[in-house]
Design a protein around this ligand. Structure first.
Ligand code: COS
Length: 398
Protein backbone atom coordinates (compact mmCIF):
# COMPACT_ATOMS: atom_id res chain seq x y z
CA UNK A 1 0.00 0.00 0.00
CA UNK A 2 1.41 3.43 -0.86
CA UNK A 3 2.14 5.62 2.13
CA UNK A 4 1.23 8.93 0.59
CA UNK A 5 -1.44 9.76 -1.90
CA UNK A 6 0.61 12.25 -3.90
CA UNK A 7 -0.55 13.45 -7.28
CA UNK A 8 2.82 12.62 -8.91
CA UNK A 9 2.91 16.02 -10.58
CA UNK A 10 -0.65 15.68 -11.86
CA UNK A 11 -2.57 18.91 -11.81
CA UNK A 12 -6.34 18.87 -12.30
CA UNK A 13 -7.57 20.45 -15.56
CA UNK A 14 -8.81 24.06 -15.27
CA UNK A 15 -10.44 24.77 -18.65
CA UNK A 16 -13.88 23.68 -17.43
CA UNK A 17 -14.09 26.65 -15.06
CA UNK A 18 -14.28 28.96 -18.09
CA UNK A 19 -17.82 27.69 -18.73
CA UNK A 20 -20.49 30.36 -18.19
CA UNK A 21 -21.86 28.56 -15.12
CA UNK A 22 -18.99 30.07 -13.09
CA UNK A 23 -17.88 33.59 -12.27
CA UNK A 24 -14.39 34.99 -11.70
CA UNK A 25 -14.42 34.29 -7.95
CA UNK A 26 -15.09 30.62 -8.72
CA UNK A 27 -12.33 30.60 -11.32
CA UNK A 28 -9.82 31.84 -8.76
CA UNK A 29 -10.81 29.17 -6.26
CA UNK A 30 -9.86 26.08 -8.28
CA UNK A 31 -6.16 26.77 -9.01
CA UNK A 32 -5.59 28.05 -5.46
CA UNK A 33 -6.98 24.82 -4.01
CA UNK A 34 -5.09 22.69 -6.54
CA UNK A 35 -1.81 24.34 -5.47
CA UNK A 36 -2.69 23.89 -1.80
CA UNK A 37 -3.55 20.19 -2.13
CA UNK A 38 -0.34 19.51 -4.08
CA UNK A 39 1.62 20.75 -1.04
CA UNK A 40 -0.18 18.47 1.46
CA UNK A 41 1.35 15.20 2.55
CA UNK A 42 -1.11 13.12 4.51
CA UNK A 43 -0.38 9.54 5.48
CA UNK A 44 -3.65 7.81 4.57
CA UNK A 45 -2.82 4.31 5.83
CA UNK A 46 -5.06 4.83 8.87
CA UNK A 47 -8.32 6.26 7.54
CA UNK A 48 -9.48 7.65 10.91
CA UNK A 49 -6.23 9.42 11.67
CA UNK A 50 -6.04 10.67 8.08
CA UNK A 51 -9.56 12.02 8.18
CA UNK A 52 -8.85 13.97 11.38
CA UNK A 53 -5.67 15.27 9.82
CA UNK A 54 -7.49 16.37 6.65
CA UNK A 55 -10.22 18.16 8.64
CA UNK A 56 -7.59 20.05 10.65
CA UNK A 57 -5.66 21.00 7.51
CA UNK A 58 -8.76 21.96 5.52
CA UNK A 59 -9.87 24.07 8.48
CA UNK A 60 -6.51 25.79 8.87
CA UNK A 61 -6.36 26.35 5.10
CA UNK A 62 -9.74 28.13 5.20
CA UNK A 63 -11.40 25.64 2.83
CA UNK A 64 -14.02 24.42 5.30
CA UNK A 65 -15.43 27.94 5.40
CA UNK A 66 -17.26 27.03 2.18
CA UNK A 67 -19.33 24.51 4.20
CA UNK A 68 -21.11 27.16 6.29
CA UNK A 69 -22.58 30.64 5.65
CA UNK A 70 -20.60 33.82 6.33
CA UNK A 71 -22.72 34.80 9.34
CA UNK A 72 -21.21 31.81 11.17
CA UNK A 73 -17.60 31.90 10.06
CA UNK A 74 -18.17 30.86 6.45
CA UNK A 75 -16.59 32.27 3.29
CA UNK A 76 -19.74 33.29 1.42
CA UNK A 77 -23.12 34.72 2.41
CA UNK A 78 -24.84 31.38 1.79
CA UNK A 79 -23.84 27.87 0.81
CA UNK A 80 -22.72 28.19 -2.80
CA UNK A 81 -23.21 25.02 -4.80
CA UNK A 82 -20.74 26.02 -7.50
CA UNK A 83 -17.99 26.61 -4.94
CA UNK A 84 -18.80 23.22 -3.38
CA UNK A 85 -18.60 21.58 -6.79
CA UNK A 86 -15.22 23.15 -7.57
CA UNK A 87 -13.83 22.24 -4.17
CA UNK A 88 -15.03 18.64 -4.26
CA UNK A 89 -13.94 18.00 -7.84
CA UNK A 90 -10.47 19.37 -7.08
CA UNK A 91 -10.08 17.53 -3.76
CA UNK A 92 -11.33 14.23 -5.20
CA UNK A 93 -8.82 14.52 -8.05
CA UNK A 94 -6.08 14.67 -5.43
CA UNK A 95 -7.43 12.42 -2.66
CA UNK A 96 -10.91 10.90 -2.26
CA UNK A 97 -10.36 10.87 1.52
CA UNK A 98 -9.67 14.62 1.55
CA UNK A 99 -12.88 15.10 -0.40
CA UNK A 100 -14.75 12.91 2.07
CA UNK A 101 -13.42 14.89 5.05
CA UNK A 102 -14.51 18.13 3.42
CA UNK A 103 -17.92 16.90 2.30
CA UNK A 104 -18.89 15.46 5.67
CA UNK A 105 -18.31 18.81 7.38
CA UNK A 106 -20.92 20.24 5.00
CA UNK A 107 -23.40 17.36 5.05
CA UNK A 108 -23.11 16.92 8.82
CA UNK A 109 -23.76 20.59 9.52
CA UNK A 110 -26.10 21.31 6.56
CA UNK A 111 -29.30 20.78 8.55
CA UNK A 112 -28.04 23.22 11.22
CA UNK A 113 -27.34 25.80 8.51
CA UNK A 114 -30.82 25.29 7.03
CA UNK A 115 -32.93 25.05 10.18
CA UNK A 116 -30.85 25.58 13.32
CA UNK A 117 -31.83 28.12 15.96
CA UNK A 118 -29.42 31.08 16.33
CA UNK A 119 -28.01 29.36 19.46
CA UNK A 120 -27.48 26.05 17.64
CA UNK A 121 -25.86 27.79 14.70
CA UNK A 122 -23.52 29.74 16.97
CA UNK A 123 -22.62 26.64 18.98
CA UNK A 124 -21.66 24.44 16.01
CA UNK A 125 -21.11 26.22 12.70
CA UNK A 126 -18.03 28.37 13.48
CA UNK A 127 -16.27 25.27 14.87
CA UNK A 128 -17.21 23.25 11.78
CA UNK A 129 -15.82 26.01 9.54
CA UNK A 130 -12.55 26.10 11.46
CA UNK A 131 -12.15 22.31 11.60
CA UNK A 132 -12.43 22.32 15.40
CA UNK A 133 -15.55 20.13 15.41
CA UNK A 134 -16.14 17.11 13.17
CA UNK A 135 -19.73 16.71 11.94
CA UNK A 136 -21.86 13.69 11.00
CA UNK A 137 -25.28 13.05 9.48
CA UNK A 138 -27.17 10.06 10.94
CA UNK A 139 -30.14 9.11 8.79
CA UNK A 140 -29.78 5.47 7.65
CA UNK A 141 -30.79 2.47 9.73
CA UNK A 142 -30.30 -1.26 9.29
CA UNK A 143 -33.81 -1.51 7.77
CA UNK A 144 -34.22 2.03 6.47
CA UNK A 145 -31.71 3.07 3.82
CA UNK A 146 -33.38 4.30 0.64
CA UNK A 147 -36.77 4.09 2.41
CA UNK A 148 -36.09 6.83 4.95
CA UNK A 149 -39.67 6.90 6.28
CA UNK A 150 -39.28 3.29 7.49
CA UNK A 151 -36.87 4.36 10.26
CA UNK A 152 -37.66 3.10 13.76
CA UNK A 153 -35.33 5.14 15.96
CA UNK A 154 -37.76 6.81 18.31
CA UNK A 155 -37.63 10.08 20.25
CA UNK A 156 -40.04 10.53 23.15
CA UNK A 157 -40.64 13.84 24.85
CA UNK A 158 -40.64 14.08 28.63
CA UNK A 159 -40.57 16.81 31.24
CA UNK A 160 -36.75 16.94 31.08
CA UNK A 161 -36.41 16.92 27.29
CA UNK A 162 -36.01 14.07 24.80
CA UNK A 163 -35.02 10.40 25.02
CA UNK A 164 -33.76 8.66 21.88
CA UNK A 165 -33.63 4.91 21.34
CA UNK A 166 -32.73 2.96 18.24
CA UNK A 167 -29.87 2.30 15.89
CA UNK A 168 -28.29 4.20 12.99
CA UNK A 169 -25.85 2.62 10.61
CA UNK A 170 -23.41 3.46 7.76
CA UNK A 171 -22.71 6.69 9.60
CA UNK A 172 -19.76 8.47 8.01
CA UNK A 173 -17.45 9.92 10.67
CA UNK A 174 -19.11 7.55 13.16
CA UNK A 175 -17.00 7.42 16.34
CA UNK A 176 -14.89 10.29 15.04
CA UNK A 177 -17.45 13.08 14.98
CA UNK A 178 -17.92 15.62 17.75
CA UNK A 179 -21.65 15.74 17.05
CA UNK A 180 -24.30 13.90 15.03
CA UNK A 181 -27.46 15.23 13.41
CA UNK A 182 -29.76 12.29 14.18
CA UNK A 183 -33.17 11.74 12.60
CA UNK A 184 -35.81 9.92 14.66
CA UNK A 185 -39.52 9.23 14.66
CA UNK A 186 -41.49 11.60 16.86
CA UNK A 187 -44.85 10.36 15.56
CA UNK A 188 -44.48 6.73 14.41
CA UNK A 189 -47.95 6.64 12.82
CA UNK A 190 -47.28 9.61 10.54
CA UNK A 191 -44.70 8.13 8.13
CA UNK A 192 -42.44 10.77 6.60
CA UNK A 193 -44.45 13.48 8.41
CA UNK A 194 -43.52 12.05 11.81
CA UNK A 195 -39.72 12.42 11.75
CA UNK A 196 -37.67 15.06 13.59
CA UNK A 197 -33.98 15.97 13.70
CA UNK A 198 -31.80 16.26 16.82
CA UNK A 199 -28.26 17.33 17.56
CA UNK A 200 -26.50 14.68 19.63
CA UNK A 201 -23.04 15.44 20.98
CA UNK A 202 -20.47 12.62 20.98
CA UNK A 203 -19.85 11.08 24.36
CA UNK A 204 -23.44 11.56 25.46
CA UNK A 205 -24.63 8.89 27.90
CA UNK A 206 -26.75 6.36 26.01
CA UNK A 207 -24.87 6.81 22.72
CA UNK A 208 -22.52 3.99 21.71
CA UNK A 209 -20.54 4.57 18.51
CA UNK A 210 -17.88 1.93 19.06
CA UNK A 211 -18.98 -0.50 16.34
CA UNK A 212 -16.84 0.41 13.33
CA UNK A 213 -17.69 -0.73 9.80
CA UNK A 214 -14.89 -1.59 7.40
CA UNK A 215 -15.42 -1.02 3.69
CA UNK A 216 -13.45 -1.67 0.48
CA UNK A 217 -12.24 1.94 0.16
CA UNK A 218 -11.42 2.84 3.75
CA UNK A 219 -13.17 5.77 5.32
CA UNK A 220 -14.49 6.16 8.88
CA UNK A 221 -17.91 4.52 9.30
CA UNK A 222 -19.75 3.22 12.35
CA UNK A 223 -23.08 2.06 13.69
CA UNK A 224 -24.64 4.26 16.41
CA UNK A 225 -26.66 2.62 19.16
CA UNK A 226 -28.92 4.94 21.13
CA UNK A 227 -30.30 3.56 24.33
CA UNK A 228 -32.53 5.92 26.22
CA UNK A 229 -30.14 8.71 25.25
CA UNK A 230 -31.31 11.82 27.14
CA UNK A 231 -31.21 15.17 25.35
CA UNK A 232 -32.29 18.62 26.40
CA UNK A 233 -35.36 20.19 24.84
CA UNK A 234 -33.04 22.47 22.79
CA UNK A 235 -31.52 19.49 20.99
CA UNK A 236 -34.50 19.43 18.62
CA UNK A 237 -33.31 20.78 15.26
CA UNK A 238 -35.85 22.50 13.03
CA UNK A 239 -39.60 22.03 13.27
CA UNK A 240 -41.10 19.11 15.19
CA UNK A 241 -42.05 16.42 12.62
CA UNK A 242 -40.19 18.41 9.94
CA UNK A 243 -37.17 16.09 9.86
CA UNK A 244 -37.90 14.24 6.62
CA UNK A 245 -38.06 17.42 4.56
CA UNK A 246 -35.01 18.78 6.35
CA UNK A 247 -33.07 15.60 5.51
CA UNK A 248 -34.17 15.80 1.86
CA UNK A 249 -33.26 19.50 1.65
CA UNK A 250 -29.84 18.78 3.13
CA UNK A 251 -29.26 15.91 0.70
CA UNK A 252 -30.42 18.15 -2.15
CA UNK A 253 -27.61 20.62 -1.43
CA UNK A 254 -24.93 17.97 -1.46
CA UNK A 255 -26.12 15.65 -4.25
CA UNK A 256 -24.66 17.89 -6.95
CA UNK A 257 -21.42 17.91 -4.99
CA UNK A 258 -21.32 14.08 -4.83
CA UNK A 259 -21.52 14.28 -8.62
CA UNK A 260 -18.54 16.63 -8.53
CA UNK A 261 -16.53 14.22 -6.38
CA UNK A 262 -17.21 11.44 -8.90
CA UNK A 263 -16.16 13.82 -11.65
CA UNK A 264 -12.87 14.58 -9.89
CA UNK A 265 -12.11 10.86 -9.62
CA UNK A 266 -13.02 10.30 -13.29
CA UNK A 267 -10.82 13.20 -14.39
CA UNK A 268 -7.93 11.77 -12.38
CA UNK A 269 -8.39 8.32 -13.96
CA UNK A 270 -8.54 9.95 -17.38
CA UNK A 271 -5.33 11.94 -16.74
CA UNK A 272 -3.60 8.78 -15.54
CA UNK A 273 -4.81 6.89 -18.63
CA UNK A 274 -3.61 9.58 -21.05
CA UNK A 275 -0.19 9.72 -19.39
CA UNK A 276 0.06 5.93 -19.44
CA UNK A 277 -1.04 5.66 -23.09
CA UNK A 278 1.64 8.15 -24.13
CA UNK A 279 4.46 6.31 -22.40
CA UNK A 280 3.56 2.64 -22.61
CA UNK A 281 5.28 0.90 -25.55
CA UNK A 282 3.93 -2.22 -27.19
CA UNK A 283 4.19 -3.83 -30.64
CA UNK A 284 6.75 -1.19 -31.65
CA UNK A 285 4.56 1.84 -30.93
CA UNK A 286 3.00 3.68 -28.01
CA UNK A 287 -0.35 2.58 -26.60
CA UNK A 288 -1.67 6.00 -27.68
CA UNK A 289 -0.88 5.19 -31.33
CA UNK A 290 -3.53 2.48 -31.40
CA UNK A 291 -6.87 3.64 -32.75
CA UNK A 292 -8.48 1.37 -30.20
CA UNK A 293 -6.86 3.45 -27.43
CA UNK A 294 -7.86 6.72 -29.08
CA UNK A 295 -11.47 5.55 -29.34
CA UNK A 296 -11.50 4.51 -25.71
CA UNK A 297 -10.06 7.87 -24.62
CA UNK A 298 -12.69 9.58 -26.75
CA UNK A 299 -15.43 7.62 -25.02
CA UNK A 300 -14.03 8.47 -21.59
CA UNK A 301 -13.80 12.13 -22.52
CA UNK A 302 -17.45 12.23 -23.67
CA UNK A 303 -18.64 10.49 -20.50
CA UNK A 304 -16.74 13.03 -18.39
CA UNK A 305 -18.10 15.97 -20.38
CA UNK A 306 -21.69 14.77 -20.04
CA UNK A 307 -21.26 14.35 -16.28
CA UNK A 308 -19.56 17.74 -15.95
CA UNK A 309 -22.28 19.66 -17.76
CA UNK A 310 -25.08 18.10 -15.70
CA UNK A 311 -23.15 18.70 -12.47
CA UNK A 312 -22.35 22.33 -13.20
CA UNK A 313 -25.90 22.96 -14.43
CA UNK A 314 -27.36 21.60 -11.20
CA UNK A 315 -25.01 23.73 -9.09
CA UNK A 316 -25.70 26.83 -11.19
CA UNK A 317 -29.45 26.18 -11.03
CA UNK A 318 -29.38 26.02 -7.23
CA UNK A 319 -27.31 29.20 -6.95
CA UNK A 320 -28.81 31.34 -9.69
CA UNK A 321 -32.03 30.15 -11.22
CA UNK A 322 -35.03 32.21 -10.15
CA UNK A 323 -37.68 29.67 -11.07
CA UNK A 324 -35.93 26.32 -10.83
CA UNK A 325 -33.52 26.99 -7.96
CA UNK A 326 -33.06 25.70 -4.41
CA UNK A 327 -36.13 24.05 -2.94
CA UNK A 328 -37.92 23.48 -6.24
CA UNK A 329 -38.84 20.14 -7.78
CA UNK A 330 -36.94 21.18 -10.91
CA UNK A 331 -33.73 21.57 -8.92
CA UNK A 332 -34.25 18.25 -7.09
CA UNK A 333 -34.52 16.58 -10.50
CA UNK A 334 -31.45 18.39 -11.85
CA UNK A 335 -29.39 17.30 -8.84
CA UNK A 336 -30.65 13.71 -9.23
CA UNK A 337 -29.70 13.70 -12.93
CA UNK A 338 -26.23 14.98 -12.08
CA UNK A 339 -25.61 12.50 -9.27
CA UNK A 340 -26.87 9.56 -11.30
CA UNK A 341 -24.92 10.40 -14.45
CA UNK A 342 -21.67 11.52 -12.84
CA UNK A 343 -21.31 8.53 -10.51
CA UNK A 344 -22.31 5.95 -13.12
CA UNK A 345 -20.09 7.55 -15.79
CA UNK A 346 -17.15 7.82 -13.41
CA UNK A 347 -17.39 4.12 -12.63
CA UNK A 348 -17.21 3.38 -16.37
CA UNK A 349 -14.34 5.80 -16.98
CA UNK A 350 -12.28 4.39 -14.11
CA UNK A 351 -12.95 0.84 -15.29
CA UNK A 352 -11.81 1.74 -18.82
CA UNK A 353 -8.67 3.39 -17.42
CA UNK A 354 -7.93 0.30 -15.35
CA UNK A 355 -8.27 -1.89 -18.45
CA UNK A 356 -5.76 0.30 -20.24
CA UNK A 357 -3.26 -0.21 -17.41
CA UNK A 358 -3.52 -4.00 -17.76
CA UNK A 359 -2.07 -5.92 -14.82
CA UNK A 360 -0.76 -2.74 -13.19
CA UNK A 361 -4.33 -1.50 -12.95
CA UNK A 362 -5.23 -4.11 -10.36
CA UNK A 363 -1.96 -3.87 -8.44
CA UNK A 364 -2.50 -2.68 -4.89
CA UNK A 365 -0.93 0.74 -4.47
CA UNK A 366 -1.64 1.84 -8.04
CA UNK A 367 -3.77 5.02 -8.17
CA UNK A 368 -6.23 3.43 -10.62
CA UNK A 369 -6.69 0.44 -8.33
CA UNK A 370 -7.63 2.67 -5.41
CA UNK A 371 -9.91 4.83 -7.57
CA UNK A 372 -11.69 1.66 -8.71
CA UNK A 373 -12.54 0.95 -5.07
CA UNK A 374 -13.13 4.60 -4.13
CA UNK A 375 -15.78 5.28 -6.78
CA UNK A 376 -18.02 2.32 -6.02
CA UNK A 377 -19.76 3.66 -2.93
CA UNK A 378 -20.69 6.96 -4.60
CA UNK A 379 -23.30 5.06 -6.64
CA UNK A 380 -24.86 4.01 -3.32
CA UNK A 381 -24.54 6.70 -0.68
CA UNK A 382 -26.59 9.92 -0.40
CA UNK A 383 -29.28 8.30 -2.53
CA UNK A 384 -28.44 5.20 -4.58
CA UNK A 385 -28.69 5.39 -8.37
CA UNK A 386 -32.08 3.67 -8.09
CA UNK A 387 -33.32 6.45 -5.77
CA UNK A 388 -32.18 9.06 -8.31
CA UNK A 389 -34.10 7.18 -11.01
CA UNK A 390 -37.16 7.15 -8.77
CA UNK A 391 -36.88 10.91 -8.17
CA UNK A 392 -36.54 11.53 -11.92
CA UNK A 393 -39.40 9.18 -12.78
CA UNK A 394 -41.73 10.81 -10.23
CA UNK A 395 -40.74 14.23 -11.56
CA UNK A 396 -41.50 13.18 -15.14
CA UNK A 397 -44.96 11.95 -14.14
CA UNK A 398 -45.94 15.10 -12.25
N1 COS B 1 -37.10 18.70 -0.67
C1 COS B 1 -38.15 19.04 0.11
N2 COS B 1 -39.19 18.21 0.38
C2 COS B 1 -39.15 16.98 -0.18
C3 COS B 1 -38.09 16.55 -1.01
C4 COS B 1 -37.03 17.48 -1.24
N3 COS B 1 -36.00 17.14 -2.01
N4 COS B 1 -38.33 15.28 -1.40
C5 COS B 1 -39.50 14.92 -0.85
N5 COS B 1 -39.99 15.95 -0.12
C6 COS B 1 -41.25 15.99 0.61
C7 COS B 1 -42.42 15.70 -0.34
O1 COS B 1 -42.88 16.88 -0.94
C8 COS B 1 -43.45 15.12 0.61
O2 COS B 1 -44.06 16.18 1.31
P1 COS B 1 -45.58 16.07 1.88
O3 COS B 1 -45.55 15.05 2.97
O4 COS B 1 -45.87 17.46 2.37
O5 COS B 1 -46.42 15.66 0.70
C9 COS B 1 -42.61 14.34 1.61
O6 COS B 1 -41.29 14.92 1.57
C10 COS B 1 -42.53 12.87 1.27
O7 COS B 1 -42.06 12.75 -0.07
P2 COS B 1 -42.15 11.40 -0.93
O8 COS B 1 -43.57 10.90 -0.85
O9 COS B 1 -41.56 11.62 -2.27
O10 COS B 1 -41.25 10.44 -0.05
P3 COS B 1 -40.89 8.90 -0.21
O11 COS B 1 -41.01 8.29 1.13
O12 COS B 1 -41.59 8.33 -1.38
O13 COS B 1 -39.29 8.96 -0.48
C11 COS B 1 -37.23 9.13 -1.69
C12 COS B 1 -38.73 9.53 -1.56
C13 COS B 1 -37.02 7.66 -2.01
C14 COS B 1 -36.73 9.99 -2.84
C15 COS B 1 -36.49 9.50 -0.40
O14 COS B 1 -36.86 8.66 0.67
C16 COS B 1 -34.99 9.45 -0.55
O15 COS B 1 -34.36 10.38 -1.05
N6 COS B 1 -34.34 8.35 -0.12
C17 COS B 1 -32.91 8.21 -0.15
C18 COS B 1 -32.35 8.68 1.12
C19 COS B 1 -30.88 8.76 1.10
O16 COS B 1 -30.31 9.52 0.34
N7 COS B 1 -30.25 7.99 1.99
C20 COS B 1 -28.86 8.06 2.17
C21 COS B 1 -28.60 8.66 3.49
S1 COS B 1 -27.24 9.69 3.60
S2 COS B 1 -25.71 8.66 3.10
Amino acid sequence: MVAFDRPHGMHPPQAQWELPFFDDAHRALAPALADWTAAQQVDERDDRAACKDWVARLGAGGWLRYCVPAAHGGALARLDSRALVILRETLAFHSPLADFAFAMQGLGSGAITLAGSPAQQAAYLPDVAAGRKIAAFALSEPDAGSDVAAMTTFASRGAQGWRLSGSKTWISNGDLADFYVVFAKTDPQAGSRGISAFIVDAGRRGLDSSEHIHVMAPHPLATLRLQDCALQEEALLGPLHGGFKLAMQTLDIFRASVAAAALGMARRAFAEAVAHARHRRMFGQSLADFQLTQARLGEMSALIDAAALLTYRAAWQRDCSGTGGAGTAAYTAAAASAKLTATENAQRVIDMALQMFGGRGVQVGNKIESLYRDIRSLRIYEGASEVQLLILGKHALK
